[in-house]
Unconditional design. Structure first.
Length: 298
């Protein structure tokens, strides 16, 4: 009997998780519940602690992967995102996560131990702790070796979000059918650096107050348009701040303006007003664009 799309998609995630659990975490990480969900164009993966429980009271974490990027990024980069999420689970289980949204030094040490180097820019030299964090793959490190072994065994993701797959150039579209898929080739060696930016930003969604906090990793570099605050009434100003750890650059302006930190050359992000509702525990791991048409904050 042929396997179903659900079986194929989730079996691949579970296989990769188990492989890295044995190779990088000595099999210590608990099993988790996988979901495929597009939470927005900047989110690659999230971890929601203790999100699911069974009938006898066993609790497990939720690990969500954005299916839009299972094909638009190379396989090595996608697997590094999965391990990034596994490091969050490791810290939840055996470490001490600090205040919401902050990547502390303990998390950074855990990342380095598995061969993923924390960096606010996704490149060598970036800040290693802070609100907005990404990582880069250490060539020849534990993750790199383990990932190459997995890919060499024939591992691949076979199901993706349809709108994220570009049509094959020069191939006519079948009458009444979808455009043919160009799945490309997945490199078995080398350190991947490609990150594709989506063209349309999805609206921000605030989860209900009674939900468990969620750890979200946004590792796609935001454009200035994607970092703007929601539109406000005329005559009001929005506060913006630099996401780099330790930087105190702030600016005030229209919610539609795009600002740039002059010291770190990264887009300033809007500081939303506090509300009485419980905000999500967001840990944002984001690259920043190398060049973006924005004004420097004074």
């Amino acid at each position: 009997m042929a396997s179903t799309p659900t079986e194929e998609a989730y079996t691949a995630l579970d296989r990769a998780y188990r492989h890295f659990n044995q190779c990088l975490f000595a099999g210590r990480l608990p099993n988790c519940m996988f979901t495929l969900h597009n939470k927005g164009p900047l989110v690659l993966g999230t971890v929601s602690p203790n999100r699911f429980v069974d009938r006898i009271g066993t609790v497990t974490h939720q690990l969500t992967v954005n299916p839009a990027y299972l094909v638009s990024r190379d396989l090595l980069s996608t697997l590094s995102t999965l391990v990034h999420e596994q490091v969050h689970i490791q810290q939840i289980e055996f470490g001490r996560p600090t205040r919401r949204g902050y990547h502390n030094r303990e998390w950074g040490k855990m990342m380095k131990r598995v061969g993923l180097y924390p960096s606010a820019t996704g490149q060598p030299g970036g800040a290693e702790v802070g609100e907005m964090m990404s990582h880069y793959i250490v060539e020849g490190g534990p993750f790199h070796v383990a990932a190459r072994q997995l890919i060499a065994s024939g591992f691949a993701f076979n199901w993706f979000e349809a709108r994220a797959v570009p049509p094959r150039p020069g191939t006519p579209r079948p009458a009444g059918g979808p455009a043919p898929l160009d799945l490309g080739t997945e490199p078995a060696t080398g350190v991947a650096t490609e990150r594709r930016r989506p063209s349309v930003a999805a609206p921000t969604q605030v989860p209900p107050a009674d939900r468990k906090p969620e750890i979200a990793d946004t590792v796609i570099p935001p454009s200035p348009a994607e970092t703007r605050a929601p539109a406000t009434r005329s005559g009001t100003r929005t506060k913006f701040a630099c996401p780099t750890a330790g930087c105190r650059t702030v600016a005030w302006g229209s919610s539609r303006v795009a600002l740039l930190c002059g010291e770190h050359a990264v887009p300033l992000v809007p500081v939303l007003p506090r509300t009485r509702r419980t905000a999500p525990n967001v840990i944002a791991c984001g690259d920043t664009p190398a060049s973006a048409p924005a004004r420097k904050a004074r």
